[in-house]
Design a protein around this ligand. Structure first.
Ligand code: AMP
Length: 123
């Protein structure tokens, strides 16, 4: 899938629309999800034009991949989520209901979280 530079997270990165910022460095920006699914629900996005994890890991320069992943860990740490526990999740594509076509890692925490997935699959 080609990257759409008009997606909402691209606009947030360009400062065209606001976000409730949690963390920023040269590689990543983190902000609160506008429609939180847990007491803590933060999104971390890389500073670059990548649709998904597959796109990012195939195309991004090494320093951006390292910097982005470090930022995810740092945000979890700074939010006080490491000891009580938290979940990271990245949706990609239609099967995962990805809404915004700019790679983002959800960080959920602040309470005991539910099952990893809807229990609609049985092997
Ligand atoms: P996904 O389904 O993984 O693509 O998730 C997209 C997430 O972005 C959803 O949880 C939305 O609530 C969130 N979202 C959409 N627009 C904004 C926005 N302007 N600021 C913060 N979060 C947003």
């Amino acid at each position: 899938m080609a990257y759409d530079p008009n997606n909402i997270f691209a606009k947030i990165l360009r400062g065209e629309i606001p976000c409730n910022k949690v963390y920023e460095d040269e590689h990543a920006l983190a902000f609160h999800d506008i429609n939180p699914q847990a007491p803590v629900h933060v999104l971390v996005i890389p500073k670059g034009e990548f649709v998904s994890m597959a796109d990012f890991t195939a195309q991004a320069p090494d320093d951006l991949i390292v910097g982005f992943m470090r930022a995810v860990g740092k945000v979890a740490e700074e939010l006080g989520l490491v000891e009580p526990g938290y979940r990271t999740l990245a949706n990609a594509g239609a099967n995962a209901h990805q809404e915004v076509p700019h790679l983002h890692i959800h960080i959920f925490g602040g309470q005991r979280l539910g099952p990893m997935l809807d229990r609609t699959f049985s092997a």
